[in-house]
Design a protein around this ligand. Structure first.
Ligand code: ADP
Ligand code: MG
Length: 657
């Protein structure tokens, strides 16, 4: 292809190209300006935003300021006071060093810089508009620096088009403010949006206090302190106990030398520390601060410095893993591993506090399992039936048709905040119809016919094993239960919004600004699921109603996981994806968990729905719900097929039918 002669690009265009890397959205500007204020040793920073930063971003600090003669340079590209030589690059101690941020920003917006050092008699003002800088002029102003950024992307309309709603962009801005606020708790930070105060954070020595300000006092109070000192570095942090988990990794904050980073290795170490303590793909909550010698970390890897290269990556990996793991398994914390049955009678005096706690956890779990399984349990007669029920016949009776006065319901403590008014929803109550799920099962399949005399058992409190006519069925109890609930929710959603139950007491949930924005954006979809959420304060919502179908589900967990997903998806989800995700998180929370011991009748009731496992073969996450070992395969494995047909008698000894 033919092109014009090679030529050097004009500086303005160079900067605009560079800006593409650094300035993606208003929050990127906020990040750069806040970092500059921190680098200038500010003790007080004011961030003012209008129209989510699209109209104005102003950061004022009381830091060192810039000498008058250098003020224009601050806005030039590759101009920095932070490094001077190759050697400096080897040990970066400041947040900035590339000298590119202000120039990049000034190439895509109108910028005004007002600055004054402590020994200057007056301030200096420089404005840049359309990449053209005016001569600096004296102005009045306090010691410190104010940078004002107006009309972001005015000169790159394409970028402007990519900006999301104010709520979303403001969420990103808040997140940047949180990262600085958490890493520098001693700095007074104020944030306002459209003239209204969003955060007022007085100087504090406590990271926990700051976590509380951004993510709610309950979360902050639940966190456990971790600390360790090793030659390679010092680690300090606050981590969530295993029961305070999240659906995604959004609540994992890692700082290296005061800089927020996403380091896959160290985040993996964190996840590993929770191995066996968290269910499936659940993610821990953590705020980790690593201090390491600056020459052991290369921050010059990524334009926004969110990725770094660590010299002692494996040592730090081990440190994070060991420090967090030891704390989680150490004294004073009850691991949420399946606890053994409570201590036998006759020795209560000998029980330690830890044992008492684990017995309490066990009885909580029993209660939870009972609630989760209540839908699947039917008449006492069926419950007593020890045989594996014939699917599609007795087993499906009232599968979803739960009686309002079932034992499980009566067993719920009357004061429980999530308890709802007596159910009205029962699907065809009192009939012996198959549930709608049952109707979708293929009729007369051999699979459906359990071998007479067979029994189902539970293994490791996690898997259900049953004999089928031609082999062995192994089911993941959580995956199956979740699948069944998911299908039911989706089926009902197709017909219209789910019926909801008003909660006797609304569940209050503290949310971040980004989550508040997501609640606003998805209110309608939440409503379709029957999840009614109302704002109670700037960062609190109340769940007023919950789908009656999932009366035993976990309203808070369901909402939190959905919001985490919304924040994690790259492109705007389709309405269908939104509903599926809602159904999925709701089902996941309402289902029995791995590690939940089930009673015989509960096992049977669940397995009665195993056509769902057969039909779909995967839970909504895409994991398999069931495995089938065919008798013929077993025979092969055991070498019983050497003369197929003639040795039938031998086979019968193991699998009689
Ligand atoms: P960098 O931070 O990588 O050096 P910037 O473009 O962000 O590059 O800033 C350029 C220079 O302007 C900085 O090196 C610093 O000397 C000066 N500067 C920017 N913001 C401030 C501030 N808030 N206070 C004092 N000096 C500042
Ligand atoms: Mg900078």
């Amino acid at each position: 292809m033919t092109t014009a002669a090679i030529h050097i690009l004009p500086e303005q265009l160079v900067n605009q190209i560079a800006a593409g890397e650094v300035v993606e959205r208003p929050a990127s500007v906020v990040k750069e300006l806040l970092e500059n204020a921190i680098d200038a040793q500010a003790s007080r920073i004011v961030l003012e935003v209008e129209e989510a930063g699209k109209k104005l971003i102003r950061v004022s600090d009381d830091g060192a300021g810039i000498p008058a003669d250098q003020a224009p340079l601050a806005l030039a590209s590759h101009a920095t006071s932070k490094i001077g030589s190759r050697d400096d690059l080897e040990g970066i101690t400041s947040l900035g060093f590339r000298g590119e941020a202000l120039a990049s920003i000034a190439s895509v917006a109108d910028v005004r810089l007002l600055t004054r050092t402590a020994d200057a008699l007056e301030a200096t003002e420089v404005t840049v508009s359309g990449g053209r800088a005016d001569a600096p002029r004296p102005a009045s102003g306090p010691v410190g620096t104010t940078v004002e950024v107006r009309n972001l992307f005015r000169y790159v309309p394409v970028r402007r088009k990519f900006l999301k709603t104010d709520a979303t962009e403001m969420g990103h801005i808040t997140d940047q403010a949180a990262r600085i606020a958490l890493a520098y708790p001693a700095v007074h930070l104020t944030v306002t949006h459209n003239g209204r105060s969003v955060y007022q954070l007085p100087p504090s020595e406590s990271v926990r206090e700051r976590v509380g300000a951004f993510f709610g006092g309950d979360l902050a109070a639940s966190l456990i302190e971790v600390t360790s000192e090793e030659p390679g570095g010092r680690l300090w942090g606050l981590v969530g106990p295993p029961h305070v988990d999240r659906a995604t990794s959004v609540m994992q904050y890692l700082f290296i030398n005061g800089r927020y980073v996403r380091d896959r290795g160290l985040l993996h170490a964190l996840r590993e520390a929770y191995r066996g303590l968290l269910e499936g793909r659940r993610q821990p909550v953590a705020f980790l601060f690593l201090t390491i010698p600056p020459e052991r970390v290369d921050v010059n890897v990524h334009p926004t410095k969110i990725e770094v290269r660590l010299r002692d990556a494996h040592l730090l990996y081990g440190q994070v893993l060991a420090t967090v793991r030891e704390r989680l398994l150490g004294p004073g914390l009850t691991p949420s591993l399946p606890a053994p049955a409570a201590a036998g009678a006759g020795e209560p005096a000998a029980r330690t506090a830890a044992e008492a706690e684990s017995a309490e956890a066990a009885s909580d779990r029993d209660e939870r399992v009972r609630r989760a399984m209540a839908d699947f349990l039917h008449s006492p007669a069926a419950a007593n039936q020890r045989r594996l029920p014939l699917a599609g016949k007795t087993a499906l009776q009232g599968g979803f048709a739960r009686k309002a006065d079932s034992d499980a319901h009566r067993g719920a403590p009357a004061t429980s905040p999530v308890r709802v008014q007596p159910a009205r929803w029962a699907l065809r109550p009192g009939t012996s119809d198959r549930s709608r799920l049952g109707e979708t099962a293929p009729h007369g399949e051999a699979f459906d016919e359990a071998a007479p005399g067979s029994r189902a058992i539970q293994i490791h409190n996690t898997y259900l094993v049953a004999e089928t006519e031609d082999g062995i069925l192994i089911v993941d109890q959580h995956a199956l239960h979740e699948r069944v609930l998911f299908e039911e929710i989706m089926k009902r959603l197709e017909a219209g919004p789910l019926q909801s139950q008003r909660l006797l007491m609304p569940v209050t949930v503290a949310l971040s600004d980004r989550e508040m924005a997501a609640v606003e954006a998805y209110r309608e979809s939440l409503g379709r699921l029957g999840l009614e959420v109302e704002p109670l304060g700037p960062r609190d919502v109340g769940i007023q109603a919950f789908p009656s179908l999932l009366e035993r589900g976990d309203p808070e967990g369901t909402l939190r996981d959905f919001l985490a997903w919304v924040q994690a998806v790259d492109s705007p989800p389709t309405p269908r994806q939104v509903l599926e995700e809602l159904a999925h998180v709701a089902a996941c929370h309402a289902a029995v968990k791995a590690g939940d011991p089930l009673k015989t009748e509960e096992i049977e009731a669940l397995l009665a729905h195993r056509e769902a496992a057969h039909m779909a073969a995967t839970c909504p996450h895409g994991r398999p719900t069931a495995l089938i070992l065919r008798k013929t395969d077993l025979e092969k494995q055991f070498g019983r097929d050497y003369a197929a047909g003639s040795k039938a008698a031998a086979t019968d000894e193991i699998l009689p039918y």
